[in-house]
Design a protein around this ligand. Sequence first.
Ligand SMILES: [Ca+2]
Length: 210
Amino acid sequence: MRKYPVIIALVIAALAILNTIGCRERVASLPGPEPTATPIPTAGPTPVGTLIDDFGSVLDGKWISYGDSSDTGSFASATPGYDSTGYALALKVTSVCGGGDWGYWLCVELAGGSATDISSAQGIRFHIKEPLTNQLDLVLLSSATSNNYKYTFSPTSGWGEMNVPFSSFTQDTSDGTTISQALAQSQRVCWAVMACPAMIDAWLDHVVIY
Ligand SMILES: [Ca+2]
């Protein structure tokens, strides 16, 4: 009789390993998001995650944005969300060249502006759509780094799930820190428009650090 719990545990462990490998290969083989809208699977093991935001009719004050003098933008609650219900965040940016060229950034404060240790997390997952499929940078702001770790991608025109391991983040120029050191002093995760000129009309939903 004692065999059955052991067998069940082994099957669950095997499914978890296969699920993890599948996600990593999918991300590693594509520079951008998955090509079609993919709901977060409910069957089988799902990583236990920290839900950053599923968004509501009123946005949490932890969301902030800023831009250089040549970039203008705004963000607001929008409906429906990726699953055809509830709300998402809609980001509109007009980015031209000049004025410092560091672009326009939408960020979420992870710990009210303070640094927090998320080095045990594997990555970040969210749903996004952008009709023009213009390029965005997913950026980790950390008090441990002088050059940000980031991941560049082009969203799909319709809702798609992005599942980005932190191991995919890189620095343009190394400042000697590792991604683990950066994660240990995380301040913000940002969706940045750094190309110019660029129009962005992106919808973002269900942001999870897993
Ligand atoms: Ca939502």
